[in-house]
Write a protein that binds this ligand. Structure first.
Ligand code: FAD
Length: 394
């Protein structure tokens, strides 16, 4: 069978690496360079924990992590275990975090609920936080040591290399301009450098997935949310905690965790590209709500003044990050779905498979999504996955 994957972000490349292990004739088409769009814009966190996860969500993340574990062992790429701390600003959210800790522990993910008094242990410094809240105003936190920080563009390049080694034709600088169908079945893709015959096309075009769906008349509930990001540098040496981060795949109990506020802002220690850098941190906003999104024109955006002005204050939540200044800023687009899960599987157009709507979890879930695409190509998802992530679940 001839398969064409559209998109060379983390989803397209992970899928290419996975499908390279089959007997199919696989081509990946990326109009830019590998991993340079949403994938590079991300915070690069591999998130095993979640707030109020279902058993399905935990199992999907664990499945992805099992594949990543092999990858990090073989590739020499780094994935530092810095953990995540979710911070409750209200008592109601603290209760949800407490329940989540128990659910995660039941599913083998290390997670503990922390009382307000215990939060200082994680390098949280509310005295500098410019939200003028009292120290100790947080109502509690959920801490997991399981989550890791990686360089997502490097991971996508690694997947692309694995795909090439397995015989996949990886074409960059080539844009898919149309998909040809006959009698409701995919036949080929048109690109700006010519036609490629295809029995199956896999839409891994990230935020551009809705446009590609439209070309074959497939309508799926996908929307975009804007993800502002800023890397900041602290002039003084950051806290001992942040300084002590180590570049390896082992647990680092001293690392300042990825810290997510209930109000959605977050601080991720380390440089923009996911590498260890004690005096740097990235501030972002975790906007994944479908109701807040709409299908946007995906032009290059600047940060809003309110985000830019508030970023140093958010960074100062991490001990040692007061007086930080912005060194780099960018905006990425998340592609969100009504239930917060990706959309993966074959559509009503025979041979047209989607792997899109990764919300804020594409880096985390990529190898699991690649497995599901392989299942879809091999004959279809099983009933559980169809129900949870299939395109016909809406
Ligand atoms: C600010 C921000 C922070 C995030 N942080 C995290 C995080 O910490 N952890 C996590 O798990 N997830 C995170 N995410 C989500 C994650 O980044 C995405 O889910 C993931 O990168 C999506 O990957 P993708 O391959 O689907 O999309 P992309 O990386 O955007 O790749 C799609 C590719 O398709 C190409 N393309 C599109 N149309 C065509 C065409 N017609 N022809 C050829 N090529 C085409 C594009 O050039 C692009 O390279 C974050 C997202 C944002 C915006």
């Amino acid at each position: 069978m001839k398969l064409v994957i559209v998109g060379g972000g983390i989803i397209g490349t992970a899928t290419a690496a996975r499908l390279g292990q089959t007997d199919h004739d696989v081509t990946l088409v990326e109009r830019d360079e590998i991993g340079t769009d949403t994938t590079a814009a991300s915070a690069g966190m591999l998130m095993r924990a979640a707030v109020e996860p279902t058993p399905f969500d935990v199992a999907l993340r664990n499945r992805a992590w099992a594949a990543y574990q092999r990858l990090f062992e073989e590739s020499g790429l780094e994935a530092e275990r810095i953990g995540t701390l979710y911070l409750a600003e209200t008592a109601a959210y603290a209760e949800r975090l407490e329940r989540s800790a128990a659910t995660l522990a039941d599913h083998g993910v290390d997670a503990t609920f922390r009382t307000p008094d215990e939060l200082a242990e994680y390098g949280i410094d509310t005295s500098n936080f410019d939200d003028s809240r009292d120290p100790g105003a947080f109502a509690g936190g959920l801490h997991t040591t399981a989550d890791r920080r990686c360089n997502p563009a490097a991971v996508a390049s690694w997947f692309a290399d694995c795909a090439r080694e397995a015989g996949v034709d990886v074409r960059t600088g080539v844009e898919v301009t149309a998909i040809r169908t006959r009698n409701g079945t995919v036949r080929a893709v048109e690109t700006d450098t010519g036609r490629i015959d295809a029995d199956t096309v896999i839409n891994a075009a990230g935020p551009w997935a809705p446009q590609l769906n439209n070309t074959v008349g497939v309508s799926l509930p996908l929307a975009h949310t804007v993800g502002p990001m800023a890397e900041l540098e602290c002039p003084a040496a950051a806290s001992q905690r942040a300084d002590s981060t180590q570049s390896n795949t082992n647990s680092n109990s001293n690392a300042t965790p990825f810290t997510i506020l209930e109000s959605k802002r977050y601080v991720r220690p380390g440089a923009a590209n996911g590498s260890k850098a004690p005096r740097r941190a990235v501030v972002g906003e975790f906007n994944t709500g479908y109701a807040e999104g709409s299908v946007l024109e995906l032009h290059k955006r600047d940060l809003s003044d309110s985000f830019r002005n508030g970023a140093p204050g958010t960074a100062s939540l991490v001990s040692g990050f007061d007086d930080a200044t912005i060194t780099e800023e960018w905006v990425g687009y998340r592609t969100v779905t009504p239930d917060g899960r990706p959309i993966v599987g074959e559509t009503d157009v025979s041979g047209f498979v989607v792997a899109c709507g990764l919300t804020g979890l594409g880096i985390t879930l990529a190898p699991a999504v690649a497995d599901l695409v392989a299942d879809a190509v091999a004959g279809g998802l099983d009933s559980e996955h169809r129900e949870q992530v299939g395109p016909d679940r809406f």
